[in-house]
Design a protein around this ligand. Structure first.
Ligand code: NDP
Ligand code: KAL
Length: 257
């Protein structure tokens, strides 16, 4: 796997800690020869990212702030990337947000504001990022987002995020159709539960991991490296015939009734 994405310029959005799925993706893509560009929202994430890059001896091609809640921030981030890097070949979208107090209890209690926020950050952002990235993908490219089984099934506590992920997965299909004519593929990885900052403090996480160990065909939980390698597949030419797909990296849990 040492040269699967050799020389490709790939933007990674969503490293907040060493546990982030986007960090697993970083190590997979780095080992496979990619040039990496990063976006972050919070200063705290920028601090963590720069320390991690130093610790792992990875040189970022560029690092730029991007708050996906703002069209201007997205436009500026990709304008900066165009200026500093030129052509890009991939984007890894690993960003989601919902109000913590709406990730428990009844979905029926979701507020208008909370519904819109979850959709804006977790689903619309892929649409806006795809539009901005397309301008830099003049040699074709690959866009990958991260989703979860709660888009397809009712999973306790996932609530508004499940509905936002359903929107995200439908967007993957519509965007795949739009982008195909430019030789840009759009896909999603649907990961099993992984302990990250996002998973922290939300109820029911441990039980979800317990269920995987008990019921998934492989009887073990997945980790960031497995999601990273699946994302590498989508970034590489090995997946050149695949677009509009949601690939489950969940030890097979989703096939069990
Ligand atoms: P992390 O908490 O590590 O990452 C979440 C990221 O979202 C952070 O980097 C955060 O940046 C970013 N983010 C939130 N709001 C914004 C915004 N407005 N603009 C830009 N970035 C923003 O968690 P994960 O790695 O777990 O999550 C990554 C993706 O994986 C998400 O889409 C999540 O739904 C998905 N996923 C996670 C699973 C899991 O079990 N962990 C399972 C399946 C899918 P910052 O901190 O700087 O705001
Ligand atoms: C059924 C599961 C149990 C957990 C339920 C809901 C998880 C929702 C994910 C969502 C992205 C979490 C948040 O938005 C948390 C946010 O309100 C507070 N956290 C933060 O602000 C931190 C500091 C930053 C870094 O996080 C973000 N997101 O910006 C789902 C489990 C089993 C699987 C998971 C965790 C899926 C998933 O989508 O993440």
């Amino acid at each position: 796997m040492s040269n699967l994405v050799e020389g490709k310029n790939i933007v990674i959005m969503g490293v907040a800690s060493e546990r982030s799925i986007a960090w697993g993706v970083t190590t997979s893509l780095h080992k496979a020869g990619a040039n990496l560009i990063f976006t972050y929202r919070q200063d705290r994430s920028y601090g963590k990212l720069t320390k991690l890059l130093e610790k792992h001896n990875i040189e970022a091609k560029w690092i730029v702030e991007c708050d996906v809640a703002s069209d201007e921030s997205i436009t500026n981030a990709f304008a900066t990337i165009k200026d500093k890097v030129g052509v890009i070949h991939g984007v890894v979208h690993s960003v989601a947000f919902a109000n913590r107090d709406e990730l428990k209890g009844e979905y029926a209690n979701t507020s208008r504001e909370g519904f819109l926020l979850a959709h804006e950050i977790s689903a619309f952002s892929l649409v806006a990022v795809t539009k901005a990235a397309k301008e830099l993908m003049t040699e074709g490219g690959s866009i990958v987002t991260q989703t979860y089984l709660g888009a397809e099934r009712v999973i306790q506590n996932y609530n508004i995020m499940g509905v936002a992920k359903a929107s995200l997965e439908a967007s993957v299909r519509y965007l795949a159709e739009d982008m195909g004519k430019y030789d840009i593929r759009v896909n999603a990885v649907s990961a099993g539960p992984i302990r990250t900052l996002s998973a922290k403090g939300v109820s029911g996480f441990n039980e979800k991991q317990g269920l995987i160990e008990e019921k998934a065909p492989l009887r073990r939980n997945v980790d960031q490296d497995q999601v990273g390698d699946a994302t590498l597949f989508f970034m590489s030419e090995l997946s050149r015939g695949v677009t509009g797909e949601v690939l489950h990296v969940d030890s097979g849990y989703h096939i069990i009734g």
